[in-house]
Design a protein around this ligand. Structure first.
Ligand code: SF4
Length: 333
């Protein structure tokens, strides 16, 4: 099947200043050669700590930021070559759901108007059909007709995220980039919003790039998972293979960091060492080596390539065959 989205060697650096009065300029590689593809109807989870470049990658794909290098093929066409004006008709097909939709909801507009606006803007409904369509959208995301007349501040965090999803759905997109859509919500609400995202994916045939900092959040929604560290993908595999048999020590450390309820299975030795290094001054060789329990001399001098470890399971580690020794016991069913 032809991919809906193919990202090739995407790169983005930011110029940052330091020193007295910002006299020194540095280049920070936020996204450093990221490649992956997404089949229609698929969900790819993109995961990593804060500072890994995952949100920047999402914004580059939607052209909310301009890439320095690379290609973003949407339905086979490199959209980075389109001008801003030429991007407009495509924007409808590529939508984003944000962590905090509240900041992007106009506080002076009722929800009915907020959801009706994109329908009118894109010529998808006129006159009475606009409010009919908005009512349908509200029902689709589990909100009631009475919510049509309310203002954003009258909703809970979970309800606002439902509005964010309805607004993305309003323009009938094919690709949704969901940037930490449940990170700010309570655990029980997170599960409801993820279930809703799965339901609307089936109903509308959506393709998702689902960005998260926690592997537990994306486990049940992802078909495949890509793990990012300091701007690069360090592991990419089917969700089943990655969760059962991680081949990169960073993925293993993220899996170990997932909270588990049984105190007998918790242990300090499984916690990740240190903080993510600054992308301004990344470590030599394998950038994970200062934190890696498997590191050997080779790791500090030679960057490992992102290589197929078998059955399309990609990992960038010189010693991926050793990974698993520091895995925290996985609780049984
Ligand atoms: Fe660890 Fe070396 Fe593998 Fe990097 S290449 S993840 S430092 S074992």
């Amino acid at each position: 099947m032809e991919p809906l989205l193919e990202v090739r060697n995407l790169r983005k650096s930011f110029s940052v200043s330091s020193g007295p009065l910002g006299s020194k300029r540095h280049s920070l590689k936020a996204v450093d050669g990221v490649s992956f593809s997404l089949a229609p109807g698929e969900t790819l989870g993109l995961v990593g700590e804060s500072g890994s470049g995952k949100s920047t990658a999402g914004k580059l794909i939607l052209r909310l930021l301009d890439a320095d290098e690379g290609q973003v093929l949407f339905q086979g066409e490199d959209i980075l070559k389109r001008s801003r004006k030429e991007m407009r008709p495509l924007r409808r097909q590529m939508q984003m759901i944000f962590q905090d939709p509240y900041s992007s909801l106009n506080p002076r507009m009722r929800i009915g108007e907020i959801l009706g606006e994109p329908l009118k803007l894109h010529g998808l409904a006129k006159g009475n059909a606009v409010s009919d369509e908005v009512m349908r959208l509200l029902a689709t995301v589990g909100l009631a007709e009475e919510h049509y007349y309310r203002y954003p501040h009258e909703f809970s965090g979970g309800q606002r995220q439902r509005i964010g999803i309805a607004r993305a759905l309003a323009v009938r997109p094919s690709l949704i980039v969901a940037d930490e859509p449940v990170s700010a919500l309570d655990l029980s609400i997170q599960a409801q919003v993820i279930n809703l995202l799965q339901d609307v994916q089936k109903e509308f045939g959506l393709t998702y790039l689902f960005i998260a900092h926690d592997l537990s959040v994306i486990e049940h929604i992802s078909d495949r998972v890509a793990v990012m560290y300091l701007g690069r993908i360090v592991e990419l595999a089917s969700a089943e293979a990655l969760y059962k048999n991680p081949r990169h020590p960073y993925t293993e450390a993220l899996l170990n960091a997932v909270p588990i309820p049984d105190p007998a299975l918790r242990g300090e030795r499984y916690l990740m060492q240190g903080e993510i290094p600054s992308a301004l001054n990344p470590p030599s060789g394998c950038p994970f080596h200062p934190r890696c329990p498997y590191a050997q001399a080779l790791c500090s001098t030679t960057p490992p390539p992102l290589a197929d470890q078998g059955h399309g399971h990609l990992a960038s580690c010189h010693f991926s065959g050793d990974v698993g020794r520091h895995r925290r016991p996985v609780p049984g069913p």
